[in-house]
Design a protein around this ligand. Structure first.
Ligand SMILES: [Zn+2]
Length: 234
């Protein structure tokens, strides 16, 4: 095989590898971000439930105060029973006490359901905390793995770029310029094999004459349709 053609084929292999590594590197930060976002979501859920619990505790305290106030009102009413002069006044105070009793029962009912809500949310917090803990651990492992892949891909990229650099020195400047122009303009594919008489880059059939020339692998020949550099693999 022609020496120059051999180098171009190798260059293409390196550039394909470089493009793959670059794609891999580009995807990693988003992956790390997703891991962090998922953990953050789990943490926010714990925070949301804790705030909800605080709110319910506050509401419970307010109801308890209301109950205390109620008790003092009732004590006052009961004391007044001994002071009233007429039956009519007596009945009025009794009616007031009755109203206070009904209200007391209502407040106690409300406090009870608030206590139940507290218990339920406390359980939910424990579950959410367990989920957060598991998420933090899994996230830590995933992130470490992603960071490792990042470093590996960066090291591999540096190495392959170095190889490309030294290989490029063996190609005449004008051939290299053509190669690079094709690489940019043809979706990262400048050197392609001919398979079954067809250019693997644009899938157009070569003329028999052209095909015979390419089969020799003795010169750098371009596809008449897409301009890519062609070679033949038996
Ligand atoms: Zn072609």
């Amino acid at each position: 095989m022609d020496h120059e053609l051999r180098i171009l084929i190798d260059l293409q292999a390196l550039d394909t590898r470089i493009a793959g590594l670059e794609r891999q590197l580009e995807a990693i930060p988003a992956r790390i971000q997703t891991v962090r976002d998922t953990t953050l979501e789990a943490r926010r859920e714990v925070e949301r439930l804790r705030a909800q619990l605080d709110e319910i505790k506050k509401e419970t305290r307010a109801k308890e105060k209301e109950l205390d106030y109620q008790a003092s009102q009732r004590a006052k009413c009961e004391a007044r029973l001994y002071e009233v002069k007429t039956n009519k006044e007596y009945s009025a105070v009794l009616a007031e006490i009755e109203t206070l009793k009904v209200e007391k029962a209502r407040i106690e009912e409300e406090i009870l359901s608030l206590m139940e809500a507290q218990e339920r949310i406390t359980r939910e917090i424990a579950e959410a905390e367990a989920r957060l803990h598991a998420r933090e651990q899994a996230g830590g492992v995933e992130e470490t793995r992603a960071q490792g892949e990042l470093r590996e891909a960066e090291a591999a990229l540096a190495q392959v770029r170095g190889e490309r650099e030294s290989l490029s020195r063996d190609v005449p400047r004008d051939v290299l310029a053509t190669y690079r122009r094709l690489l940019r303009g043809r979706g990262g594919l400048a050197v392609v094999p001919v398979q079954g008489g067809i250019c693997a880059g644009c899938h157009v059939a070569l003329t028999p004459q052209h095909f015979q020339e390419v089969r020799l692998n003795q010169t750098v020949l371009a596809c008449e349709s897409c301009g890519r550099i062609l070679y033949w693999v038996a």
